[in-house]
Design a protein around this ligand. Structure first.
Ligand SMILES: C[S@@+](CC[C@H](N)C(=O)[O-])C[C@H]1O[C@@H](n2cnc3c(N)ncnc32)[C@H](O)[C@@H]1O
Length: 221
């Protein structure tokens, strides 16, 4: 499928899937959305501790980069697993402007290292942050009681409805530790009901710019 780089409302770039008219991030601001959904509504629950994170859709690495920056800021130790079936190309990577938009030039080498590191094993990106990228389909995830936090960042249900079903959320539930949390930008009723059906407690939270609500699901037993 044809992918092209576009600029979102906060000045940060994202990838547009032409055939689906779908983006990797919100058109209202890629960086703003990533901070709101994944850091403010997810990672910030886990201050002063070690956190294992599973990302559903590693994509451009934006969520991983802002998580690494937060880890340095708060002295959090993070083990990050990013699952992705269709990695970005090095040409796409060159066009993304996250390091400059985040005013984070000291992290440029870490962002590059994230993209260059091995897909089959965990790599230390900093003293605080290790990354294990896995090139596979989400349906192949079989982890049990492994993660504190899931960043569920698949394309929307409009274009990939099969990724927002009970069978996927059941895998996510299994993969989380007790009291583990899944955050997503989505707020659809059918998504919330699929999460409830597999046992999650689900909260509706204020959404990022351009979205009224988002969902946070917790594994309570
Ligand atoms: C919304 S984008 C993720 C954006 C990413 N979190 C970021 O910060 O750039 C969704 C990602 O899921 C990947 N993807 C789509 N279907 C998939 C599948 N069935 N299994 C694994 N990855 C898939 C896409 O290639 C894309 O990178």
């Amino acid at each position: 499928m044809q992918r092209k780089i576009i600029t979102t409302s906060d000045g940060s770039k994202t990838i547009h899937i032409v055939d689906w008219d779908e983006q990797y991030h919100s058109k209202h601001g890629a960086i703003q959305e990533a901070y709101h959904v994944f850091i403010k509504s997810g990672l910030s629950l886990f201050k002063n501790t070690s956190v294992s994170i599973l990302e559903i859709g590693f994509g451009t690495g934006l969520n991983a980069l802002i998580t690494l920056i937060e880890a340095e800021k708060y002295g959090l130790s993070i083990e990050y697993t990013g699952v992705e079936a269709y990695p970005v190309t090095s040409l796409e990577l060159q066009e993304l402007n996250y390091v400059s938009e985040l005013d984070a030039s000291s992290f440029e080498k870490h962002f590059l290292k994230m993209h260059e590191c091995n897909w089959k094993k965990s790599s230390a990106i900093t003293n605080y942050f290790s990354l294990h990228k896995q090139q596979k389909y989400f349906m192949q995830i079989e982890d049990q009681d492994a993660f504190n936090l899931i960043y569920f960042d698949a394309f929307g249900a409009r274009v990939q409805p099969e990724l927002w079903t009970e069978s996927i959320f059941s895998k996510m539930y299994q993969a989380l530790k007790l009291n583990g949390v899944l955050v997503t930008y989505a707020a659809k009723g059918s998504v919330r009901r699929a999460m409830l059906a597999v046992g999650f407690r689900v909260e509706r939270l204020p959404g990022p710019p351009g979205k009224r609500e988002m969902l946070r699901a917790t594994k309570i037993e």
